[in-house]
Design a protein. Structure first.
Length: 44
């Protein structure tokens, strides 16, 4: 019973952790994209 709860908890934790990493990567990529876009807009 305890093992089952632990496995479930671990699976949920890994899911949220991967979502967190994914969200961080998306914000990083979008920030870089926006920054580059602004640089291009300023140079024109």
């Amino acid at each position: 019973m305890v093992c089952c709860i632990y496995v479930l908890y671990h699976a949920i934790y890994m899911l949220f952790y991967s979502l967190y990493i994914c969200a961080k990567n998306i914000t990083l990529v979008s920030n870089v994209y926006i920054h580059n876009h602004m640089l291009v807009a300023c140079s024109i």
